[in-house]
Design a protein around this ligand. Structure first.
Ligand code: NAD
Ligand code: AKB
Length: 317
């Protein structure tokens, strides 16, 4: 039986991934951790929760031994927009925090560590369309720098110590349960809240800004599929490109308007635009499709319908 620790469990991905893992492996076998003392009640009520910082290696070691952990899903990180505002802080959490996690996994001879990376590892010199699995990685943001370096560190722990590390380069993730935590793709979530509330949405990127995106149920499936994949079939340990769909901000507006015709959007690009412009518009995920049969379920309109109906329930509207 697996004993799993999730870092950053209170965040956008963790709040859903932790529940999916508890469904699969049993509630008491999945320890959620975060620095947030007041996470979503679902997380607190469905299994064990500990306030632990990934910057505190002693506490990480303590809970890993106390709960006899053998698999870590490492989600704690500082995302792109927040990281640009405080690059030193982002470096510390994203690099030193990752190293603390890999070190405890190595010392305790854990079975596996799952680490999300991001399309932010790509930069202006990466091909804009169909960004390949193996390509130029010269990110222009501190978040991207930490994610690219983090991928290399994961590779190193696999080659040097034989630690079974697995990574995914997620695109922007869209979900209704927990609001995103300081990324550039957050506009693609915030627009749904405005639409459902009947508010005018002020979009911080231009209408033609096109980025790879994915709906959260597919993102959770991708992580679970990669975690289950046979180790011998995995050609990449740093991180696999995974894609679902790409759309411009205007195309997202049009998709939502099929459900909420009155939606009004004004475009006021700010500092997020430069970050978005440094990322590719589409990515090639052939390696993930070949190595662990990755295949997304949702298209943009199916996502919009699901987002809107769930948000209406969540917000009581
Ligand atoms: P998030 O910002 O929603 O959540 C991160 C969580 O980490 C927060 O709950 C925060 O409290 C916690 N945290 C911060 N510092 C910590 C520390 N020192 N110790 C312990 N916990 C700490 O982020 P997310 O969107 O859930 O992202 C999870 C991972 O997925 C990150 O590695 C991120 O880079 C990656 N990713 C996310 C997206 C996306 O669109 N959400 C896309 C690509 C990659
Ligand atoms: C962000 O915008 O920072 C994240 C990501 C794409 O990594 N959503």
């Amino acid at each position: 039986m697996r004993r799993i620790l999730v870092t950053g469990a209170a965040g956008q991905i963790g709040s859903e991934l932790t529940l999916a893992l508890r469904d699969r492996y049993g509630e008491s076998n999945v320890l959620a951790t975060d620095i947030n003392p007041k996470p979503d009640p679902d997380l607190l009520e469905s299994g064990p929760y500990e306030v632990v910082s990934i910057l505190d290696p002693d506490s990480l070691a303590h809970v890993s031994y106390r709960y006899n952990i053998d698999v870590i899903y490492h989600l704690a990180a500082i995302l792109s927009a927040t990281a640009e505002g405080n690059p030193d802080f982002a470096w510390n959490v994203n690099i030193n925090g990752l190293k603390n996690v890999l070190d405890i996994a190595r010392q305790k001879s854990m079975d596996r560590v799952l680490v999300p990376s991001s399309i932010a590892v790509f930069g202006p010199s990466t091909p804009k369309h169909n960004a390949p699995q193996d390509t130029v990685l010269r990110p222009g943001t501190m978040y991207g720098v930490t994610k690219a370096a983090g991928e290399l560190l994961c590779d190193y722990y696999w080659k040097k110590y034989g630690l079974d590390v697995r990574g995914i380069r997620y695109p922007g993730l869209i979900s209704w349960k927990t609001e995103p935590g300081g990324g550039t793709t957050d506009y693609a979530v915030a627009i749904y809240y405005a639409a459902v509330r009947g508010e005018t949405f002020k979009c911080f990127v231009s209408p033609d800004t096109t980025l790879p995106m994915m709906y959260m149920p597919d993102a959770i499936d991708a992580m679970l599929q990669l975690a289950d994949a046979k180790p011998d079939g995995l050609r990449y340990r740093n991180a696999y490109n995974v894609a679902a769909f790409s759309f411009s901000a205007k195309e997202l507006e049009e998709s939502i308007r099929k459900e909420i015709p009155g939606l009004e959007v004004v475009y006021e690009p700010d500092y997020h635009q430069e970050i978005a412009d440094s990322w590719p518009a589409t990515i090639d995920d052939t390696a993930a499709r070949e190595d662990w049969q990755w295949k997304p379920e949702y298209d943009i309109d199916a996502m919009s319908r699901d987002m809107i109906s769930n948000l209406r329930i969540k917000l009581g509207l």
